[in-house]
Design a protein around this ligand. Structure first.
Ligand SMILES: Cc1cc2nc3c(=O)[nH]c(=O)nc-3n(C[C@H](O)[C@H](O)[C@H](O)COP(=O)(O)O)c2cc1C
Length: 449
């Protein structure tokens, strides 16, 4: 029997005992706790806000029988959108009273603004998404701790609501010999900057976030250590770790993450992989739907789905596949509140395909196809952030000259659908479209066999 890791050691042990109860072994211990919880909340034995369709699940828990997996698919769409069902099921799956509610369970709209380093992410965009009922995350990537502090202050000045900050977890330096040939190749046509290594101010930013905590700290490119996560927990922050595979998810669970951000290969911007390896290119990166199903079978942490979602139907699909919320990046790139530069802004909402490349930064990222990517992706090595710094001046020149061919145009696979709307209106439209899509899906007849 497989173990579904939880943050609670007693439960993990319970899940190992091989009692043959099927897909939800951890539920066995939670029956008593579950019925106590339900009785506490309502004389009818059901949590107050739960739709009658949930009676099957609640009743089977009270009676000590296992809810079947298909019970989890019958829910009221409004409840789903409000996050209450997600929260309720998580309690069932991990044991009553043994997990705490995370911030996404309280959102009016289960939409998280992706951090978008390099310009698009602004305090104004974060505030607009948050005020519309979603959850805003500020990007700290490429910024010093002092610059991040200024952005946190600007966000706090504009809203009392909770928001998050995203950090890049530093990887190892790459020996210059490994990227010298590539620099010679691109240097033949372009004036380059100095390649260098740094940690993106990791230590100073952790210090900042422990001295001046935010509700959520999210991470990409790796997993913080247990001690680092414990430091953030000690000041009351949730820690969300971005993962692209089950193996990375298990590392994040073990380190103490509160939430996993599941990033599918459709996603715009850098892949969040803990280690970027050329040898892994032979294996197809997991698409979001595949990743969500694999994670649902392997871990019990709440999941935020990200990658290629730009419509209510896309959000509905991710929620139905088990995520508690979605994290959207590209769809916000054309909002007036975003700091997206004009060349990048003009490149999204077009029919041009996207592709994965290391050509600009030495780390795999998805952007709208252009000449630089086509000409240099084949030889681009893994060397982040060294290549990022080397190409920074050429990308800046391209932006200043309105030249789309040499600029990094990060965007996800559904960039063609990116609308041009104020962020608050966009969140409200997406929420309404999600409800419509969920209703439509539920209205489709499923023949019982
Ligand atoms: C322009 C851009 C910049 C991004 N920068 C970051 C970042 O700083 N940190 C991060 O964790 N993810 C970053 N991402 C990835 C997003 O978190 C998210 O996974 C992605 O946007 C989801 O796919 P979508 O763009 O199709 O919505 C970026 C994405 C884009 C498009």
């Amino acid at each position: 029997m497989s173990c579904r890791p939880t943050r609670n050691a007693a439960f993990a042990d319970e899940a190992h005992d091989g009692d043959g109860t099927g897909a939800y072994p951890v539920l066995r211990q939670s029956f008593v706790l579950a019925s106590d919880y339900i009785e506490e909340r309502s004389p009818t034995g059901l949590p107050r806000s739960v739709n009658p369709k949930l009676c099957n699940v609640s009743a089977s828990v009270v009676m000590g029988t296992l809810p079947r997996r298909d019970h989890f698919a019958t829910f009221d769409t409004n409840l789903f959108v409000s996050g209450q069902v997600t929260c309720f099921f998580r309690r069932l799956r991990t044991g009553m009273g043994q997990t705490r509610t995370v911030i996404i369970d309280e959102l009016r709209v289960p939409i998280v603004l992706a951090p978008m380093a390099g310009g698009p992410s602004t305090p104004e965009l974060t505030v607009a998404v948050t005020e519309a009922g979603g959850f805003g995350i500020l990007a700290a990537g490429y910024l010093s701790a002092t610059e991040v502090a200024a952005r946190i202050a600007a966000t706090r000045a504009a809203t009392d609501a909770a928001f998050g900050v995203n950090l890049f977890v530093p990887g190892p330096a790459t020996p210059p010999a490994r990227f010298a040939d590539y620099l010679a190749e691109i240097g033949a046509d372009h004036e380059l900057g100095a390649s260098r290594y740094d940690t993106d101010d990791w230590e100073a930013e952790l210090d900042l976030l422990t001295e001046s905590p935010v509700a959520v700290v999210t991470c990409t490119f790796g997993c913080p250590t247990r001690a680092e996560i414990a430091r953030l927990h000690a000041v009351g922050s949730e820690v969300w770790v971005t993962v692209t595979s089950v193996a990375e998810a298990l590392i994040a669970v073990d380190a103490g993450a509160d939430v996993l951000i599941a990033q599918g290969a459709e996603a715009g911007g850098h892949r969040a992989t803990f280690t970027d390896r050329v040898t892994d290119d032979a294996v197809d990166p997991l698409g979001l739907l595949a990743l969500l199903q694999l994670l649902d079978a392997a871990v019990d942490l709440p999941i935020v789905a990200t990658g290629g979602i730009t419509t209510g139907a896309g959000i509905a699909a991710a929620l139905a596949a088990g995520s508690a919320a979605v994290q959207l990046g590209t769809v916000f790139l054309r909002c007036p509140e975003a700091g997206t530069n004009p060349v990048h802004r003009a490149a999204v909402g077009t029919s041009e395909p996207t592709m994965l490349t290391r050509a600009f930064t030495g780390r795999r990222a998805r952007g709208v196809r252009n000449r630089f990517m086509v000409e240099h992706s084949a030889n681009a090595p893994v060397a982040y952030p060294e290549i990022h710094y080397a190409t920074a001046p050429l990308r800046a020149r391209a932006r200043a000259a309105g030249n789309r061919d040499d600029a990094n145009l990060w965007a996800g696979q559904t960039q063609a659908l990116t609308p041009e709307l104020p962020a608050g209106d966009l969140v409200r439209t997406l929420a309404a479209d999600t409800k419509t899509a969920l209703d439509k899906a539920l209205s489709r007849r499923i023949q019982s066999c």
